[in-house]
Design a protein around this ligand. Sequence first.
Ligand code: PLP
Ligand code: COI
Length: 354
Amino acid sequence: MTDTLDIKITKTSKSRLAETDFSNLVFGRTFSDHMLVADYSDGEWKNFEIVPYGEITVSPGISALHYGQSFFEGIKAYKHADGKVSIFRPDKNAQRFNKSAERLCMPTIPEDVFLQSLAAIVDVDRDWIPGAPGHSLYIRPFMFATDQYLGVAPSKTYKYIVLLCPVGPYFTKPLRVKIETHYTRSAEGGMGFAKSSGNYGGSMFPAKKATEEGFDQLIWTDAKEHKYIEEMGAANAMFVIDGTVVTPPALDTILDGVTRDTVIQLAHDFGVPVEERKVSVDELIETARNGKLNDAFGAGTAATIAPVGSIFANGEEYFLTAPENREFSQKVLKTLDAIRYGNAPDTHGWNYLV
Ligand code: PLP
Ligand code: COI
């Protein structure tokens, strides 16, 4: 544990809070009044500052822009009925932040510095946390390389920034998903387990094609054979097959989701069996056909628990039971919300109070 982090705070004289319409939030479009910034140089993190949200100036020669030495995290803060504020499992994001950093040859941030930085910015903008059901404050920490150098080599300087966005639900209806059997999100030995910006840039073309075909999301399959399910858009793919929760193992091609881990823990609490194993496209189609696919959803911070309405594979569309009739995901969402909004005991210590 390092000492209290020294953060210089300069507050805005023109808050945008009063003019923000909290009833019509589009995910990621509304930013709070402040942001946290810090620099890395000479082998250390320095200049932690909270400043009014706004533009920053960087050189056009920075390696983040040219070679994608850049990654991010996604976390949510919740407002409880009694006014308390908590961040959901940020320690897990701190660990994943540092895994991403290592994969990209970027500096890590000590876990407690990361946690203190989140708590400080959330505290300054705590009035920006929406209180309505399904709403929260999305926290976006990210880091990028700032050396002006066009040689392909790790930068020696970096910027760490934390932005905040009040958000409502990312998805508002059950998803029509398509199994992707041509394009690939990540391959073994690649960066699938890291939250590197390039993973998302590369996913846009296949996702755009799928949207044009009328689908909401893609289910990514393995790069070698396109035979096994990997992830669902920017969320982990989770299923209930014949009463058992089944999800692909979070190895190096899959982002090890905090929501996924939370759902697995809740399944254990409910006494529902869990299998972390490969799920083939054929198994999914077969179980959808014979009625054994009880539930399918994406699990993620932005997505929360996003029910799948239908799955399109091999030229056919398979429809699932209406989400309100799915026992498992309904119970998970209810339990999770009760914990995150402070309405149920936090027995696992998931709420980091600010
Ligand atoms: N997989 C991908 C590719 C994602 O972008 C996300 C979102 O963060 C997830 C899974 C879910 O991870 P988490 O639950 O930690 O948000
Ligand atoms: C998150 O859930 O935090 C994500 O990263 C999804 C985001 C890319 C919108």
